[in-house]
Structure formats: structure tokens, C-alpha cells
Design a binder for this molecule. Sequence first.
Ligand code: ADP
Ligand code: MG
Length: 698
Amino acid sequence: MSIEKAPLHFGADVSPRLKTAVSALRGVGPARVKALSKLGITTLGDFIRFYPRTYEDRTRLSPIAALVPGVSVCITAMVAAQPRLHRVRSGRDLVKVRVVDDSGSLDITFFNRAYVKNQLQPGNTYIFYGEVTGSAKRPEMINPIFEPADKPRATGRLVPVYPLSAGLNQTFMASCARSALDALGDTPKDPLPLDVLQTFQLASLRFALENIHFPTSAEALDIARRRLVFEELFIFSSALAYLRRGRKKAEGRALGEHNLEEFFSKLPFTLTNAQKRAISEATEDMRRGVPMSRLVQGDVGSGKTVVAAACCWYAWKSGCQSAFMAPTEILAAQHEKTLWHLLEPHGMRVALLTGSLPAKRKRTVLEQLQLGEVDVVVGTHALISEGVNFFDLSLVITDEQHRFGVGQRSALSRKGEHPHVLVMSATPIPRTLALILYGDLDISVIDELPPGRTPVETYAVDERMRERIYNFVRRLVSEGRQVYIVCPMVEESNTADLDLKSVKEYAEQLKNNVFPDLAVGLVHGKLRPGEKEAVMSAFASGELNILVATTVIEVGVDVPNATLMIIENADRFGLSQLHQLRGRVGRGQHQSYCVLFEGGGGEVARQRMKILTETNDGFKIAEEDLRLRGPGDFFGARQHGLPGLRIASLATDMSSLSLAQRAAHELIERDPMLSSPEHAGLRDAIENLMHTTADTLN
Ligand code: ADP
Ligand code: MG
């Protein structure tokens, strides 16, 4: 659950009126209740933190003589004559009215608003707001907003524009926000302590909330926004600092001290320094009496699996079991094989547990797990199902962090008693974002590839190269290699069906026209899991020469014989994602290649592609990606925004983030339990955040 959908609290001493369910508000029937709940609004109070998406500037006032077509402005003008109602043939009606000010006159037309005829009184002055149409010589306005000039409410100011869902409109949303603010009172409980407000010269909560909805001026809006952005980042940072402290206090299993050389001595290769560092950081964690909570971040192929294996070995030396969870059956099977090779020489017992295991085998594994006859179990989320019981689970490892919700991770943790937790992610992300995304995890970075890797040669090409690339495919296949062809398709988008159709057509065309003599397979996210795995295994076993794929292959499938990846319309992917995809090749002893078809994305796209041809360093690429596109795009459509951030943008508010982080850490140092009365508001806010973003935090 994201906080966007979550109700908001202002602490216990809040005006009871704010707790009114929206269904009790005037003009709100079942349809609107539903529409509002889609926006995460269930009570009147929820409107307070439902910030406008943007603002319409209705402050500009113009004399009629100076109107410019295409510009939206207000005019103050008197109705010159009785408005006239016309019926048009199509059954629609229109009202025409002439208005005048000191500088000239203007014809205004209202379509389908017959009631306007009786609202506008000749001789009275109104403010009209709308876009000027017509020509410079004969300007017009169509369907402007208007109100009596002596009581301006909707004009002469910045007007909020809220996110809507079907059945809602701006007027309604604004009036609800108004009622909510009125019910809020003058001194709502502020999550920001007074000294923080003073140090950073932030506006009061009341001022900020009032002006974020109904700014009295552009400056007031800036001040309000700055304060609310800071508040959000501060609460978030405080929550992380608070959690981290709490975790440091939890009882964890302190493992004994074991000489890792014993493990190293039986490895088929020498570890890189980065791997050794990660292993020593993790094992040190496990020796302390505090549950480990560590993220190991390293590029694809950087050798994270052996770090996991070392931790399993370490736990085993203290007589403990480990569980290793992977997002797919194929990956689980691969990991099981790898871990078995690394751990069996020590006499460790490694088993696989997935949903598709034959019932009898599954029963055996379950028994062995419970009796402590298996030391390491590798599996899919089958591991968290009921009936899986451990003898003594002390280490939980999950691979490919972003594929699991934190909920699943903690479900696995609950199978033991405060087990140590190791999370592995192949998505290099800039450190600032890691701090936000991975919350209170400690981070180890593997920033070094095992020696002897030949980097993937990457080329950005355009359509003119297509024939040559296809010939290159034939050549590699004739040498016994295999090829990926990746098509961009946002699996979750509404247009996925359409995209899927074109991917299917493309695969058909390759199969029938371009490579009729080769074995071409297609895998995409809409296949049933069984079908998907069948195609993937066919490719892994070499039955298929070419695999056309959407991004489902992104997850770490290992086919060392695949040495070429062609990516169509590469500019539609984020750089980090392209880099991730590229990591599927270059896993064997053969030189590998990645060909990016640019797909006509223009200069920026070309620049971005160029970065990939120049470096294989995932962190460098991530930094560049962030710089070029901002964090919103950085994570792509797949990633649900950042946890709990309604107003702060990591594209523009990074400097506030570091200020807020520093202030939060200082505060938690001073008052670790947030027990002092002036921190009560902050404590409430943190509790609320943790409650509503349980999936992200913890
Ligand atoms: P990751 O999970 O980080 O993408 P893997 O753990 O799958 O990477 O390792 C990729 C490949 O590199 C595996 O075949 C592994 O055996 C090999 N490998 C790992 N560490 C080393 C090393 N220090 N020296 C040589 N090969 C290594
Ligand atoms: Mg891996």
C-alpha cells in the first residue's frame, strides 16, 4: 500500500468534524464516495493532505482592448444588454451576451448553459475568466467562468487544480478542501518541532495548508510548498532513523566467530576485494547480537551469489539454517545448483523448494527442513507458504529485491526468530535514492567485476544497419551462439494489448521471413507461468537460436551461450534498464555484443545511448540516467513513485532532502524514543507513515 491511498491523521486531538465520512457530506452519493476512495479520500480530513496537482493562474486582469487570443485572463466588465438564447439545429443551445469595460466591448458565448441567461443581469458588473479566442481584432470568449465583481472567490487568484477521478470536478474538490481547512482550526498539531521550524525558517502548518490549497499569491504558494516538502522529507528521514535505532536494539542471534578462509579455500575462484568486503560486512553483522538487515548491491555478474553462499556457510558453522528466496522457479533452480556447488564441498545440505516440485519430493524437503536435515533451502515464494517450518532458521536471503514486496520478505523472516536478513539487488541506484528506497537497510556495494570478463561491446545503430545486424545474427548462430531480441513493452500499461500484438507480429515476421531456417521463440509477460518457463528452458537448453522477448528476461536468467542482445526502440527504455538487460549477455567465455536500435528518439536519446556504449559501470549509468531524466522516469513506469512522498520531488528537492536528513538524525540522537512532548506530533506522523507504508518500510 502506498501512502497516496492512505488516510491521514492529525493525531488524537483533532477536530471531530474532520473524521466525518465523505458519505455524510452534502452532495456526496455512492458514486462520489467510490470516486473519492479511488483517490484515497474517505473522510473530510483526507482532503487536507490531498494537495493540488497544479494551479490555474487567474490573477491576470486585462482591459478588453488589450485582449490577446490564446491567453487566459480575467476581465471586469458590465453586461451591456439582455443575454440572448439561441437554439442551434443540432439541438444544442447557446447564449450570447455583450459585455463592456472602459476600453471596449466583447462578445461572450456560452454553449449549453441556458441558465446563464438568467444569471447575468444587464447593468451588473462581473469578473469573467477564460481563454481569449477569435482574432486580435475581434476577440471572443467561450464558456468563461464568471462571478459578481464585488465578491471574487474563483477569480483574481491562483486556483487549485486537483487530481480527479471520473465523476468528480474541480469545484467540488475545492469546496471540500475549503470545508476541511475550516474544520481544521487555527493551530493544528504540527509534526515539525518548533526549533526545526525556526532553524529552517519554515511557515506554520496552518499557513502552509491554507496556501497550498488556496494560495493568496505566488510567493505564499512557494513558502507553503517549501514547508510541506521539508515536512515530508523530514518525517520520512526521521522514520528511517527511528527504525534503524529500534532495529539496533532488537534481539538477534549472535553467531560465533568462524574463519572464512575455510570457506574461501574451497571456492573455484579467487574473490574480488569487493566481494570480500561485502562478506566481511555481512558476517560482522551476524556476529553482533542485532539482526542483520543488509542490502548487497552489485551489477549483474558482479558475483553476489557467492556472497550469499558465504553467509549461508557462516550460519551453518553456528548450526543454523538459511533460506534463499528467488522471484521465479528458473532462478530458484539456478541458485540451488550454484549454491550446491559452492556449499556441498563443505558437507552442507542444500535443497530446492518450489511450487512445481512433485508432491512426494516436497513432503520430504518439508520434513527435512523441520528436522534440521537441510541446511540451506532455495525456493520461490513457496517458501513462505503455510506448512513450511524450520528447525532453526537464522538467515533469510532474497534475490532481486524489487520483485518482492517487503511483505513477502518479512513473511519469510517470521519463519524464524528475528533472523538475519540479506537482500540482493542488481539495480545499481545512486546513493541518495538508495537511502530513500531501501530505508533502513545497511548497504554493501560490489563495485568490481570478477577479473577476466570481456566487457559487452555495445553499439547504438539506426535502421540503415538492420540488414547487417541480421547477417551478424546468422553468423553468430552458425558459430553455435544464441541471440536475444528485446522489444520494449510496458507490461502494465493500458496499451499493452496493442504492444503485445506488435511484438507477436514482429516475432512472426522474424520467424517466417527473416530467419525461416532458425528456431525462434517468443516470451512475454502475458504467457502463463508454465508456458513462460517452457520457452525459457528451451532457450536455456539451446533448442532455440533466437529468443524474442519483452522485458521479462530482465530477471537474472543465466544463458552463458547467448552472446548477442538486440534491443529494439532502445530509447524507450531507461538507461539503467538497458544496462540491466545487457547483463543477460557476456556471461560466458565468448565475446558478447549488445546492439541498440535507436528508434528515432532524437538528440537526447542519442546522447543517452552513447553513455551505454562508453561504460559498463552500472552506478555511473544510474547517476547519468538520474541526471538526464530525473527520478520519476529513472524508475520507469514499473516503479510506483517513492514511498510516502506526496509533494516532494526528488528531481527538484534533493537539497531539501539532505537538510531534512541531517535535522532528522540530530533529533533522533537527542530524543531516540521521541518521548518529549514537543515531539508528539512527529511521533504520530511517523507512526502513521509506518502504518501506511508497511510495504516499503520495515
Ligand atoms: P550476480 O548474481 O551478481 O549477477 P553471479 O553471482 O551470478 O552474479 O556471478 C556471475 C558469474 O561470475 C558466476 O558464473 C560466478 O560463478 C562467477 N564469479 C563470481 N565471482 C567470481 C570471481 N571472484 N571470480 C571469477 N568468477 C566469479
Ligand atoms: Mg544474481
